[in-house]
Each structure stands twice: as structure tokens, then as C-alpha cells.
Design a binder for this molecule. Structure first.
Ligand code: MTE
Length: 354
């Protein structure tokens, strides 16, 4: 008899467009999320690719408008960087005051090693004019929105300093292979430390503007809105908030007394994770977890573990909070906003030891 092969699957949130979360509780969260377990976040149906899709143009406030072909990029100096990609809607389902939008649990996050050419090099070839202010990236996917006439591409901008950061890449490889189609083949932007919406897939064009970009994915979506009717207090979604997830055990597990290896991940877009603390008594006291880093990969999540010796039967509230080198720490309650972005409250589970 052949032993049945059992493996986890993506968790479907919508099929058209495809939005699926990673089954992060059920595989080893090492440096690289295997392709089949990488979360998928799309606003539109997949784009059709043709010969033309292998070229990306640079124009706008540049001295020379240029077109780079996939082949050109493969022969240019490149970088390989491990980057945690997290959707800003990750954990939206956790807001107590419910908001509309995909009800992501904890799996709108994955990690991969991306290889590509620093965007800065491409912009330098084109030569930025002194008027350059923002850089807009358009994908090849497009569709309709209720707030826009006609069809509209997925397009996002970066301020000049982030566009010129040496680790902002026009990527062509994920984990040593061409980028999978669903994740942006053949070319995709990778913006470490920013939420995933900035990393535009199926990159078609790069346009340098002398003004702020006001496309709907920039100024309507991906904006923290306090929930009042006025525009006061609105701010764009940019850097990833310090955060953590308990991978094992799962919420509401029944466990035996003995030694339990609690484990998970922690990540941030501001600096690096300095420490992860656990509470095994609902927040009365905290202990430090062991932290395991990928060497020389500042944008990768860290794995943490804690050996819990538990002899007393009963119900336990286990909490986890991460802190980063900017002094940011996960708050007791996430900052509520109308569209439910950036949830990062202290992670918590309840378990029963029998
Ligand atoms: N790029 C394009 N062209 N179209 C999209 O819908 N979604 C963005 C970003 N880039 C998107 C895109 C969002 S919101 C996220 S979180 C990430 O891609 C998801 O990347 P993934 O599907 O490879 O995990």
C-alpha cells in the first residue's frame, strides 16, 4: 500500500480575482515560502502576456526615455535579497469593529529570495531631471473600478528616496527560478520594508512624475482613514508595522502536559526585530523567546521558539509581542482604520492543557 501524501493548501478568499492566503500554520516557515504556499493578492484578473510583456519602459521626467528588455536586465549587475512580503490587509479579520474587504486571517504573508536589478541603476541610465518627484509603476493587469471611468491598470508610486534605495529591485527571479506567472512574471518591482501593495507585478512601465501621483490605488485604496467624514488624519500605507504570528500551537488547541515547543515568526519594516516576548498567563508576566535570524538578510522575518514546560492542567492565554530596533512594539490593540490596514496587535491564542 502507498502511504497517502498529505499536504496543506492555500486558503481561498476569492477566485476572480484570485486571492488566497498561505497555510502558514502547516509548513516549515524557513527562509523561503514554497511556490505553492505563497499567498496571492490580485485586484484584477490575470493579464495576458505577449512578446511585448518582456519589456519595461522608463519615461516622464527623465533625460532619455528608455526601454529595457528582460534579456538586458539579466545581463546587468544584480542583487539577491530575502524579503518578507505582507499584504497590508493581513489579519484584517482580527479587527473587532469589522471593516469591508477581504477578511484575511494570518496568511497574507510569505517570504522569498528575489533577484533583480536595482531600480536606481535603471533610473540613472535614463537620467532623472531635477523636477523628478515620484516614480509610478504600472502593471499589465487592468480592470474596472466603481470609482473610475473605463478600465484602469494596477499602478502605484514611490517617493524618490524609496525608488532610489539600492534594495528596491526590478526583479526577474524568485527563489532561483523565473518569477512564477501569478507572482508577476516576467518582471516585478520589489520594495523591501513596505507593505506588498508597493511591489507591482507584471511591470509594464516606470514613469517619473514632477507631481504627486493620484491614481486610485494610491489615494483611494491603501490609505489609513480614521473613519470620520473629513480628510483629516488620513495617511498613506507605507512601511510594514512590527508584527508577529504564533505558528504553533494553533488557537484553541488541546494539548498534553509536558514540553511544548511554541514557535512563530516576527517581522518589521522599521529596522530589525530585536526581541520577541511571550506571556503564558494572559499578559501578567513576559519571558523572552529565542530568536533565529537569517544571516545578512535584514528584510527577512525571524523565526522564534520557546520551550514551554507545562505540568499544570488548565486553560492558558498565550500572548506574543515583538519589538524592533526603532523601539516599535506590538500594541495591545491595533489602530483601527476604515479599510482595515496594518493590523499588528499583540498576537494571542488560547490553549487547554489536559
Ligand atoms: N501588482 C499588480 N500588477 N496587480 C496587483 O493586484 N497586488 C499588490 C502587489 N502587486 C497587485 C500587484 C498587492 S496588494 C500585494 S499584497 C502583492 O502584490 C501580492 O503579491 P503576491 O500575489 O505575489 O503575493
Amino acid at each position: 500500500m502507498r502511504w497517502p501524501h498529505i499536504e496543506p493548501h492555500l486558503i481561498t478568499r476569492s477566485l476572480v480575482p484570485e486571492n488566497q492566503e498561505s497555510p502558514i500554520h502547516f509548513f516549515s516557515l524557513a527562509a523561503v515560502t514554497p511556490e505553492g504556499f505563497f499567498y496571492i493578492r490580485n485586484h484584477f484578473s490575470y493579464p495576458m502576456l505577449s512578446e511585448e510583456s518582456f519589456a519595461v519602459t522608463i519615461d516622464g521626467e527623465v533625460r532619455n526615455s528608455l526601454t529595457f528588455h528582460y534579456r538586458d536586465l539579466l545581463s546587468m549587475p544584480s542583487k539577491e535579497i530575502a524579503v518578507t512580503l505582507e499584504c497590508s490587509g493581513n489579519k484584517r479579520a482580527r479587527f473587532k469593529l469589522k471593516v469591508y474587504g477581504i477578511q484575511w486571517e494570518e496568511g497574507a504573508i510569505s517570504q522569498g529570495v528575489w533577484k533583480g536589478v536595482p531600480l536606481r541603476d535603471l533610473l540613472n541610465y535614463a537620467g532623472l531631471k531635477p523636477t523628478a518627484r515620484e516614480v509610478v509603476f504600472a502593471g499589465r493587469d487592468c480592470g474596472t473600478r466603481t470609482d473610475m471611468a473605463g478600465t484602469y491598470p494596477y499602478a502605484r508610486s514611490l517617493p524618490l528616496d524609496k525608488a532610489l534605495h539600492p534594495d528596491t529591485l526590478v526583479a526577474y527571479e524568485l527563489n532561483g527560478q523565473p518569477i512564477p506567472y501569478k507572482h508577476g512574471y516576467p518582471l516585478r518591482l520589489i520594495v523591501p520594508q513596505w507593505y506588498g501593495m508597493a511591489s507591482v507585478k507584471w511591470l509594464r512601465s516606470i514613469t517619473v512624475l514632477d507631481a504627486r501621483f493620484t491614481g486610485p490605488f494610491q489615494v483611494v485604496d491603501y490609505v489609513y482613514e480614521p473613519g470620520t467624514d473629513s480628510d483629516d488624519g488620513k495617511s498613506p500605507v507605507t512601511l510594514v508595522h512590527v508584527n508577529s504570528t504564533i505558528q504553533f500551537p494553533m488557537d484553541r488547541s488541546l494539548l498534553d502536559t509536558g514540553t511544548i515547543q511554541i514557535c512563530g515568526i516576527a517581522w518589521t519594516g522599521t529596522g530589525f526585530i530585536t526581541d520577541v516576548e511571550l506571556s503564558l498567563n494572559g499578559g501578567e508576566s513576559w519571558v523572552s523567546a529565542d530568536v533565529h535570524r537569517l544571516p545578512n538578510q535584514p528584510y527577512a522575518w525571524i523565526l522564534w521558539t520557546y520551550r514551554w514546560d507545562v505540568s499544570q492542567q488548565g486553560e492558558y492565554a498565550i500572548l506574543c509581542r515583538a519589538r524592533d530596533s526603532y523601539g516599535n512594539i506590538q500594541p495591545a490593540a491595533a489602530s483601527w482604520n476604515k479599510k482595515g490596514y496594518g493590523y499588528n496587535a499583540i498576537s494571542s491564542i488560547n490553549v487547554k492543557v489536559e
